[in-house]
Design a protein. Structure first.
Length: 414
């Protein structure tokens, strides 16, 4: 597997998957010497000294950070920009594409995201003759979970995406990506795959559009602080209760979340196994095959903040008819995003300067709603990745707690 001339380029390196991908590559996953160079591309500026990526090691791949690359800006030649700014672009062997822009209008969202990915592929098809593999993430939205009650009976298996109703399919960009990559790779030396996560749990130094871990961490951090629990006083015996922000149905629905670390590792693993994992194959990914519920996880998350995580009150609306991102008309408690907005100033007052501008972005409302509309089972089958030899498993709580620790170090929570 080791090929010191491998050069990975990571688009969306500041995002929830991209950060972990760069982190894992710099930590030598899967083995020292596999990559000689990692180019991390970001849109917003990122200060390398505050990136929390590992320092350069003598044996590690070289890291080059290229910020300010807006893939959606028209009227400029992306090829010219990348040729000028990415050293060694002609030696890129692996493209990890983790960019996503969420928009109100689904059709516009599909068109914008499609255009950005196509531009990137067009550039590499011309400028990177050594290209071997392209990997990108889809998501369970591609299994129709945005329809109330879901579309397919779980466990969700990769072949089901072929039966996705066509009117729904038009509202998701992943099928369009598949078509584009099939055409673009035809007759070329490279191949590609898609990886499908449900909720991704991970750290970003700069905020993220849809980080549930950051959303809940900021909420629980402020909630604990307002109940006189000092930061870093994690205790299992707290009597201060914090109910799960959702309905009882939401708290009991089965799902298979994934930490950004396991997701990143599988994307790298797949990209180094083109015979097994290429050819446009789709792979579900999760921390472990056994599904979990929020009821099991929530108390362990709350406990890290010194709180006692409890079930939602019986008065919570059920939410079975809600669409993705919709909330019930009223809830007895403030939602996490509402609570965080109300007390946000405490972050700055108590030295978490980063938290003032690096929270969750456009995903705020959708993240508030996950406990209400995701009332149905949606667990993924992991048979396919296991058949391909990827065996890594971990307790789904681990990714949460590792993210909380990094959020605290990065000044994103108290
Ligand atoms: N979040 C989840 O739980 C989840 C679950 C299932 C699937 N997914 C899938 O994972 C992918 C990423 O997820 P996310 O949206 O949650 O990630 P995210 O953390 O918000 O990251 C998105 C990345 O895209 C970059 N980006 C956005 N617009 C850009 C532009 N115009 N030019 C260049 N870069 C741009 C951002 O860069 P800057 O920060 O530098 O602007 C950021 O690095 C999406 O395909 C999503 O569907 C996510």
């Amino acid at each position: 597997m080791a090929d010191a001339r491998n050069h990975a380029i990571v688009y969306g390196a500041s995002g929830i998957i991209g950060w972990a991908l760069v982190d894992q590559l710099l930590k030598h996953y899967p083995a020292p010497g596999t990559f000689s160079k990692v180019t991390a591309i970001t849109n917003r500026p990122l200060d390398l000294s505050k990136s929390f990526w590992p320092e350069k090691r003598p044996t590690g791949p070289e890291l080059e950070l290229v910020s300010g690359i807006n893939l959606s800006s028209d009227g400029v030649s992306l090829a010219d920009i990348l040729r000028e700014r990415v050293k060694d672009i002609e030696n890129v062997t692996h493209v990890y594409y983790l960019v996503f822009t969420a928009m109100e209008d689904d059709v516009e969202e599909v068109a914008t995201n499609y255009r950005m990915f196509q531009r990137v592929i067009d550039v590499h098809n011309v400028t990177s003759p050594r290209l071997k593999f392209v990997a990108f993430p889809g998501g369970t939205r591609g299994y129709g979970i945005y329809v109330p009650g879901g579309t397919f009976t779980p466990p969700l298996r990769e072949e089901m995406v072929k039966s996705l109703p066509s009117d729904y399919s038009k509202t998701v960009v992943y099928p369009a990506y598949r078509e584009m990559l099939t055409k673009a790779s035809d007759g070329k030396s490279w191949t590609w795959c898609e990886v499908c996560p449900d909720t991704i749990i991970g750290f970003t130094p700069n905020g993220s559009q849809f980080s549930l871990a950051l959303h809940w961490a900021q909420y629980l951090s402020l909630y604990a602080f307002n109940h006189d629990i000092k930061p870093r006083s994690q205790s299992k015996s707290s009597r201060v209760e914090v109910p799960f922000p959702g309905s009882t149905l939401g708290a009991n629905s089965l799902h298979t979340p994934v930490s950004s670390k396991i997701l990143a590792r599988f994307m790298i693993y797949a990209s180094l196994s083109p015979e097994k994992c290429g050819g446009g194959r789709l792979f579900n990914i999760a921390d472990r095959a056994k599904p979990c519920t929020a009821n099991e996880v929530w108390p362990q998350l709350a406990s890290w903040f010194g709180l006692k995580g409890v079930q939602p009150p019986d008065t919570e609306p059920a939410g079975e008819e809600l669409k993705a991102g919709q909330l019930p008309n009223s809830t007895p408690n403030l939602l996490p995003g509402e609570y965080t907005s109300r007390y946000q100033r405490l972050f700055a007052e108590y030295g978490c300067l980063n938290a003032a501008h690096a929270g969750v972005g456009v995903g705020n409302r959708q993240l508030d709603s996950v406990g209400y509309w995701l009332t149905f089972d949606r667990q993924l089958s992991l048979d396919r990745i296991r058949e391909c030899g990827f065996e890594e498993e971990q307790d789904p709580v681990k990714g949460w707690l590792e993210s909380f620790e990094l959020f605290q170090k990065a000044g994103l929570i108290l």
